[in-house]
Design a protein around this ligand. Structure first.
Ligand code: ZN
Length: 318
């Protein structure tokens, strides 16, 4: 994928968007149009943030839902068999509630996130809101464990698809420590907040700026969890990076120090979340060290995220 296509989409994605726009408004569809619409939606739904992140990390870390089921993770996180999706949502939400305390901005995000959330489910590729909401003023949370295809198509554990109608946040059960689950949902809630308030759409670089804001909040909460030790370690290591060379990786020694601050990694899923997150946090710390003004710092972070998302360089440098 070329960098410009992150914003505008590839030609195929643009065509898909046009197809959706044209066909979605028709009251009836021929079989051929139905197929076209469904294919276009499938193509569009693939373009999501966590997927791009995951593809930057490499395939080795992906964990299939089948493996989760086999490991009993679904049972563990879903004691309530009647509404498995709902208990997964509660797990993530409780985790989020635990990590925000004392952070005013995060508390605001959380309130908004809870207030605007509606239950949802999938019917084929279509998103159905299961509760009433005013158009444009809510999003749905979908944990559709019966839809193996949809769950398997997720590369991460949480994906906010702002272009869906209504916008949807898909969650997947995973053996994550509550702290990681909490900061992950906090990250996604920034996207929900910025999209429903029109912030992402009104910024020239809305998609990437939103990522930087979401990671900034995620890392601030992680830092709080570690009694402000996380950023201290990252800052110390950041001094080793040559000026202007923002992209770096954590040394194994620092990785060890960081892992002692955080809950022990207890599943491959958690590793696949923690490793890129800490590496991005490290490069953000480098940006904060190498640049003075908030504008320059943000620009450096945007450039870095753009490089990672566009595949210009992998998240974990060799
Ligand atoms: Zn994001």
């Amino acid at each position: 994928m070329k960098i410009g296509e992150i914003f505008a989409g590839t030609p195929a994605e643009k065509a898909a968007t046009a197809t959706i726009a044209t066909l979605s408004n028709r009251s009836t569809l021929s079989k051929k149009s139905q197929n076209e619409l469904s294919q276009a939606k499938q193509l569009r739904s693939g373009l999501t943030r966590r997927r791009l992140i995951a593809s930057g990390v490499g395939g080795g870390l992906a964990v299939s839902t089948a493996a989760l089921i086999a490991s009993g993770a679904l049972r563990m996180l879903n004691p309530d068999h009647e509404t498995p999706g709902e208990s997964t949502y509660s797990f993530y939400l409780n985790a989020y509630e635990e990590v925000v305390q004392g952070d005013e901005e995060a508390e605001r995000m959380l309130d908004f996130f809870k207030q605007k959330r509606r239950k949802g489910y999938l019917r084929g590729d279509q998103i159905i809101a299961d509760e009433k909401g005013e158009k444009g003023d809510f999003y749905t949370v979908i944990v559709d464990l019966n839809n193996k295809k949809a769950m398997d198509s997720m590369k991460g554990f949480a994906q906010f698809k702002q272009k869906d109608t209504p916008p949807s946040l898909m969650l997947k059960p995973a053996r994550l420590d509550k702290k990681w689950a909490g900061v992950l949902l906090a990250h996604e809630s920034v996207h929900v907040y910025q999209w429903l308030n029109g912030i992402e759409q009104s910024r020239p670089n809305g998609f990437l700026e939103g990522e930087v804001d979401a990671y900034d909040l995620e890392f601030r909460l992680l830092d709080k969890i570690t009694n402000n030790k996380l950023k201290q370690v990252l800052r110390e290591q950041a001094t080793q990076i040559e000026k202007g060379k923002i992209r770096g990786r954590l040394s194994s020694e620092d990785m060890k120090r960081l892992s002692e601050l955080l809950p022990p990694i207890k599943s491959p899923e958690e590793y696949s979340l923690a490793l890129p997150a800490l590496t991005i946090a490290f490069n953000f710390a480098v940006a904060e060290l190498q640049y003075q003004s908030p504008i320059e710092i943000k620009k450096a972070k945007i450039d870095y995220i753009e490089g990672v998302f566009s595949g210009k360089f992998p998240i974990i440098p060799a």
